[in-house]
Design a protein around this ligand. Structure first.
Ligand code: ADP
Ligand code: GN1
Ligand code: MG
Length: 366
């Protein structure tokens, strides 16, 4: 179980970093499901995070990956005349010159400079923002194309290994330690009925039909910052899972979250659907950001990336529901089951709209 954090713990962690001016206030911030995030105000603003070390078993490796990737991006941003203080994350050092701080009870902390004048969204308010986020995620991948991938540690082994997640899901269902499986019978059946599809992408990766690239792996809309004035997607954040992966997964996870007409935990399932206009917008923006680097095979598999990421995420929420909400942050009872249901509703809608999803991608093949 995760340790509760007290005010004293947060204050001590904040004071360990070399901030400009002393701490005036802090508050919980954002809607990430994994880490504990605080907005800290001193002479300027900072993001202070307690890393979830139940999930990231080697937090120092996470920091090393981020240091490497942000340093690499910084150079490219400078070369292209961009603003590296806003267009990539920047770690703040502790007073003793480290990139992280471990407190006396073992909590693992890091700090970033707060990116001012930009926001993260949980739903698409303007189609243009979604297109801009697509370009930025595509461009992110493109910029990292020549990053030395072998230096990256796999921070969560098998993160998008869908068959492995399916195997684990079946174990959890079989065990049903908390006797919750009965309450999710329909959802469990939904997953089992799609068992044969779980390895569609991983098999193509193994056979070399889909290349491994340096990818973000968690490309939801609230992991990108949109400039408040220009609407441009200026900075890709949440770099904890930057690892070798599949381009179709980065595409797919964005669709799962952003092209859904409802929130991820919406209870009224009649509101859930795949917005084809948003999907089409994202296809165009993503491929534009990737600047011609995706193969025809990858482009052809984009719809499957969307479907598999949504199915996988629903299966992960369901696993967590059955295990007692130990992975994703929850604010209410049953939230992981609600999240599961929206994901499966969305998968079902994608299956209905499959021809249109494929058609939208076909146009871009060479
Ligand atoms: P989690 O892994 O829990 O999702 P994130 O790293 O995505 O954590 O951070 C949670 C939220 O904090 C983000 O969605 C965003 O709103 C905000 N955030 C994170 N880093 C910054 C930053 N450098 N500047 C401004 N906001 C940030
Ligand atoms: C988590 O950290 P956050 O909230 O951006 C999760 C993703 C899921 C997503 C579902 C490290 O993302 O894989 O797709 O929740 N991140 C991790 O909203 O597990
Ligand atoms: Mg996040």
């Amino acid at each position: 179980m995760r340790r509760k954090i007290t005010d004293i713990t947060i204050q001590k962690a904040a004071d360990a970093f070399a901030t400009e001016g002393s701490r005036s206030e802090y508050r919980k911030f954002g809607s990430g499901h994994i880490n504990d995030t605080f907005l800290l105000t001193c002479d300027r603003r900072y993001i202070l995070q307690r890393l979830n070390t139940e999930i990231f078993k080697d937090p120092i490796a996470v920091i090393r990956n981020i240091e490497g990737v942000t340093g690499f991006l910084r150079k490219k941003i400078v070369e292209s005349g961009g603003d590296p203080d806003r267009e990539t994350l920047n770690l703040v050092k502790t007073s003793s010159g480290e990139d992280y701080y471990i407190d006396e009870v073992g909590n693992f902390w890091r700090m970033y400079y707060f990116i001012e004048g930009a926001s993260c969204f949980n739903t698409v308010e303007k189609a243009e923002d979604f297109r801009n986020s697509a370009m930025a995620f595509g461009h992110f991948q493109h910029m990292l194309a020549d990053y030395p991938a072998s230096t990256l540690v796999e921070t969560i082994p098998g993160f998008h290994d869908t068959p492995k997640r399916f195997a684990r899901f079946k174990e959890v269902v079989a065990k049903d330690a908390l006797h919750k499986a009965e309450s999710a019978k329909r959802e469990i059946e939904f997953v089992l009925a799609r068992g044969n599809d779980m390895a569609l992408a991983t098999d193509m990766q193994k056979s070399g039909e889909l290349p491994l690239r340096v990818t973000h792996n968690d490309t939801k809309l609230n992991n990108i910052m949109i400039d408040d004035k220009t609407g441009e997607a200026i900075c890709v954040i949440d770099l904890d899972t930057v690892m070798p992966g599949l381009s179709i997964n980065d595409f797919g996870d964005s669709i799962r979250f952003g092209a859904n007409t409802a929130l991820e935990d919406e209870r009224d399932l009649s509101k859930v659907s795949l917005s084809l206009p948003l999907y089409n917008t994202y296809v165009d923006g993503f491929l534009c950001g990737c600047a011609g680097s995706l193969t025809d095979k990858e482009i052809g598999m984009l719809p499957q990336g969307a479907r598999l990421m949504t199915l996988e995420c629903g299966m992960r929420f369901l696993t967590d529901y059955l295990e007692g909400d130990v992975y994703f942050h929850t604010e209410r009872e049953g939230q992981n089951l609600d999240r599961t249901r929206t994901q499966f509703e969305l998968v079902a809608d994608m299956e209905r709209k499959w021809d249109a999803m494929e058609q939208a991608c076909a146009e871009y093949r060479k």
